[in-house]
Design a protein around this ligand. Structure first.
Ligand SMILES: [Zn+2]
Length: 301
């Protein structure tokens, strides 16, 4: 962790707010910052480092941190719900196809109109994107406007394309138009994710949990790869339909789509967790070093 400043001026500082020892919980209030815990001997500096987040406190404050935190969580929930609703019908059709007896008929429970719901949920997510934009005419301390714009445009196009594709499928229009709409959706989703990457890069810095998480921090690039995988699987399936049966191409396409969709859903769940970490830090920012440490009184101690 090179987050932290070198403890050079510690010898002149005392703890001026209740900070508890990391090992034994002893209240270190009033003790010198370069000392050791009187109960267990752990360096007091370690407790201070755990309490403050110097990297976050160096960043300019977001003017509406609470709103931005809520907006981020709302957006991720919309994305995961929209994706789940959209995935429900293909999964049901797939399970039905596996079932030779034909007794189970899950696809009747997942009508094609579910896609409308997914599109509307996506549009619902747009409500939160506006709130992440930096206020007009102010110094930019929030997410860069360009990234928020990409995120908003990607999400809006995705939602509209979903609704259009479902409407087209219901009207039993030409098959290749529906396929083209689905591929365009993948492109829109990638544009939105690239915007989200920028937004998280700026807002997420305020959360130490997000900044320093290794395994738990969702990579946006992995999600872009998953979407490319879904689109590729679709193209392979389409090719197999055009070239006629045989040659296992259909299975390859189906497997690639299924695995990629599964990866994408997992990624979306992780994003909800990441957004929750960021929201927590935005609502209760860690104290800065000068709130924890004060100068040694010249007459005392
Ligand atoms: Zn202790």
């Amino acid at each position: 962790m090179n987050d932290f400043p070198a403890p050079d001026s510690l010898s002149n500082a005392v703890v001026i707010s209740p900070v508890h020892c990391r090992r034994c919980g002893y209240n270190l209030y009033g003790l010198r910052a370069d000392g050791l815990c009187p109960e267990c001997g752990l360096a007091i500096w370690e407790a201070i480092l755990h309490t403050v987040d110097p990297a976050a406190s160096r960043l300019p404050k977001l003017h509406n941190a609470v709103v931005v935190g809520d907006a981020l969580v709302w957006l991720m929930i919309c994305l995961v719900v929209g994706a789940l609703v959209l995935a429900a019908r293909p999964v049901a059709l797939w399970i039905d196809a596996l079932d030779q007896s034909g007794l189970r008929n899950l696809s009747t429970w997942t009508p094609v109109e579910l896609g409308f719901v997914a599109g509307l949920v996506g549009l619902g997510g747009l409500l939160s994107v506006r709130q992440m934009a930096p206020p007009k005419g102010r110094v930019r301390s929030g997410a860069p406007g360009r990234d928020v714009m990409l995120l908003g445009c990607g999400l809006a196009s995705w939602a509209i394309l979903v609704i259009a594709a479902v409407a087209w499928e219901r009207s039993a229009g030409l098959r290749w138009v529906a396929d083209a709409l689905w591929l365009a959706m993948a492109a829109a989703a990638i544009v939105g994710l690239l915007g989200l990457h920028g937004v998280l890069g700026v807002i997420g810095l305020r959360s130490r949990a997000y900044r320093t998480a290794r395994g738990g921090r969702q990579s946006i690039h992995a999600m872009v790869a998953a979407i490319v995988g879904i689109a590729l699987g679709q193209v392979i399936q389409l090719t197999s339909e055009l070239t006629g049966p045989g040659g296992g191409l259909l299975t390859v396409g189906t497997v690639i789509t299924a695995i990629s969709a599964f990866m994408l859903l997992i990624g979306l769940f992780y994003l909800v967790v990441n957004a929750w970490w960021i929201r927590r830090s935005l609502r209760r920012p860690p104290p800065s070093l000068d709130q924890i440490l004060g100068p040694v009184e010249p007459n005392g101690l």
